[in-house]
Design a binder for this molecule. Structure first.
Ligand code: SAM
Length: 238
């Protein structure tokens, strides 16, 4: 892929329909990402083709399995440079999104992205999941919590499931180690009342990059002591 039109064609070929406005938003997002990446560490991937495939397409591949509704509230934990939150927001302009990260600098970048792309119904939150997860404004408030490349599944379940309403889903973007991660997360999921409802494995188009999306249903509230104090879920996974 050399141009944004190539990305448009790739999406069309893979049954993801994008409007001209959405395509323009992806183009602007790429330009901002490259511009800001010179001043701060946002991504190691900067090549146009790679960004389109491994950041943009990777983030929106979820639409093959789930369409967010206008009434949904979606949280992206550890959004970093905005993945998967911003691409999903571009695809679902009427759904409310909250993007959270513990690194404020990245949120400054995302603020600019939101202004330039004229995105609405989207909020940025600075904080650690371990703290936000005990705040009543966030705990059990979301229909979906998505997360990509933040931690292993056990740790991530502790960070993400507390935000999800009972009956809602934590959606974890994973790659080649998914099998091992699932085995290691068995106990965490049992303790936190999460259940893997569905697993969708695929490869990114015209490549052999394996990806897996896990849909983890929250069957009951998480015990109040979770998430544990900042750093604990990572150092000592359940
Ligand atoms: N999700 C993005 C992606 O897929 O490109 C960013 C991944 S980056 C490797 C991990 C991000 O998670 C960083 O921006 C980091 O600041 C954030 N993060 C790590 N631990 C966190 C925590 N406990 N609470 C909130 N954000 C966290």
């Amino acid at each position: 892929m050399n141009t944004i039109q190539d990305f448009h064609n790739l999406c069309t070929k893979n049954n993801i329909t994008l409007s001209n406005q959405q395509i323009t938003q992806f183009q602007k997002y790429y330009e901002l990402l490259i511009e800001w990446n010179e001043k701060m560490n946002l991504t190691a991937i900067t090549d146009f083709h790679e960004v389109c495939l491994k950041h943009f397409y990777d983030s929106i591949a979820l639409v093959h399995y789930l369409k967010f509704k206008e009434s949904n509230l979606v949280l992206d934990i550890g959004t970093g440079a905005g993945f998967p939150g911003i691409p999903l927001k571009i695809l679902f302009p009427n759904t409310r999104f909250v993007l959270a990260d513990s690194l404020n600098k990245r949120l400054t970048f995302l603020d600019e992205v939101i202004q330039d792309l004229e995105l609405e119904k989207i909020e940025l939150v600075h904080g650690r999941a371990e703290d936000l997860g005990h705040d009543s404004d966030f705990r059990e408030q979301f229909d979906y919590c998505v997360s990509r490349a933040v931690a292993n599944l056990s740790t991530l379940s502790e960070l993400c499931l507390p935000f999800v309403k009972v009956g809602g889903q934590f959606i974890s973007y994973k790659s080649e180690h998914v099998k091992d991660e699932i085995n290691q997360a068995d106990h965490a999921l049992a303790v936190l009342n999460g259940k893997i409802d569905r697993q969708e494995d695929y490869t990114l188009p015209d490549s052999d990059f394996f990806r897996s999306i896990l849909f983890i249903r929250k069957e009951n509230s998480c015990p109040n002591q979770y998430p544990r104090k900042a750093g604990k879920p990572n150092k000592n996974p359940l």
